[in-house]
Design a protein around this ligand. Structure first.
Ligand code: NAP
Length: 288
């Protein structure tokens, strides 16, 4: 059992920290909005810290799952940040979806202070976090990964080291590139089928057994067909992720024409008031 802190009790962090506690780890939580941390401790036990620095002091592992690069910088290197309190031999595991650049920057800063840093973004969404079934893509040093792996598995079904620092974030970018294209394709098929007067349920039941099958099709076609988008992975988050992807592509020379286009489609969804809608709301854009 390890002494762990969890920074950021949002949609993802709250249940991830709960799984850690349920596995018997000694968990301290920090959340910027204190009420959420108070509720977490009331629900799960454990200890509440007033700042990331206080949460991180004396821990074996410090986990974080906050919003973006700036938020991550704030909870690590900012005033009352975790890094100042972390001792030699400790480990910081970051589950935020952020840039590969900040992962490398924090890895270097951590090494300079004598502890390890892993970038470890997740896939599987809110349901994966609630069920402890996330997939974790990790970048960093093999020894640090081996130490973190058993603890990460408290909330994951799979975790894999994919290369040096930044590689977890690069893998997550590939994940988001795949999703952008697949969701637009599924939205166009449903839109087309409705216009053609087809029974969408019947068609999807058949084609989901063939080459058109996807996670998005299995898990989203029913809600898309019903025009329900008020749940799941928010369009605002997807645009944040795609902006990280497109910045990285500018640096490495990759051509991502479809991803760039779908990013603009999501800007249309935001303009429709869909900032917090699920990413499957690309269909709503076609049907407006
Ligand atoms: P969320 O519900 O909005 O939670 C964000 C958390 O970060 C909250 O605890 C928030 O604190 C905290 N935070 C944000 N900025 C901060 C700052 N400057 N200082 C301190 N704390 C700060 O987001 P989420 O859905 O859990 O997502 C978290 C991360 O996981 C994001 O990078 C997202 O892209 C990624 N992710 C999300 C999903 C998903 O399905 N939701 C799936 C995979 C990956 P407050 O409570 O005070 O706002």
């Amino acid at each position: 059992m390890v002494k762990a802190a969890f920074l950021g009790l949002g949609v993802m962090g709250y249940p991830m920290a709960r799984h850690l506690k349920a596995k018997g780890h000694d968990v301290t939580v920090y959340n910027r909005t204190r009420a959420k941390a108070e509720k977490w401790v009331a629900d799960n036990g454990g200890r509440l810290a007033a700042t990331p620095r206080e949460a991180a002091a004396g821990q074996d592992v410090v986990f974080a799952c906050v919003g973006n690069d700036n938020d991550l910088r704030q909870v690590t290197l900012g005033p009352d940040g975790a890094f100042d309190a972390m001792g030699a031999g400790a480990l910081f595991v970051d589950h935020t979806t952020a840039s590969a650049g900040i992962a490398r920057e924090l890895h270097t800063a951590a090494q300079g202070r004598g502890f390890d840093f892993l970038d470890a973004p997740v896939s599987g969404g809110q349901a994966g976090a609630e069920n402890g079934q996330l997939t974790v893509m990790v970048g960093g040093d093999p020894a640090a990964f081996d130490r973190a792996h058993p603890t990460i598995m408290a909330f994951a079904k799979a975790a894999r080291l994919l290369g040096p620092s930044g590689s977890g974030q690069l893998a997550k970018m590939m994940n988001q590139i795949c999703i952008a294209g697949v969701v637009q394709g599924l939205a166009e098929a449903i839109h087309f089928g409705k216009r053609a007067g087809m029974d969408i349920e019947a068609v999807i039941e058949v084609i989901s057994k063939g080459a058109a099958q996807s996670w998005q099709m299995e898990n989203r076609y029913k809600t898309m067909n019903a025009g329900k988008f008020d749940f799941g992975f928010a369009v605002d988050w997807m645009r944040k992720d795609l902006s990280i992807v497109l910045d990285e592509a500018r640096d490495n020379g990759a051509r991502l024409p479809l991803t760039a286009l779908v990013d603009q489609f999501y800007a249309d969804v935001q303009a429709m008031g869909g900032e917090r809608w699920d990413t499957s709301s690309l269909l709503a854009r076609l049907e407006r």
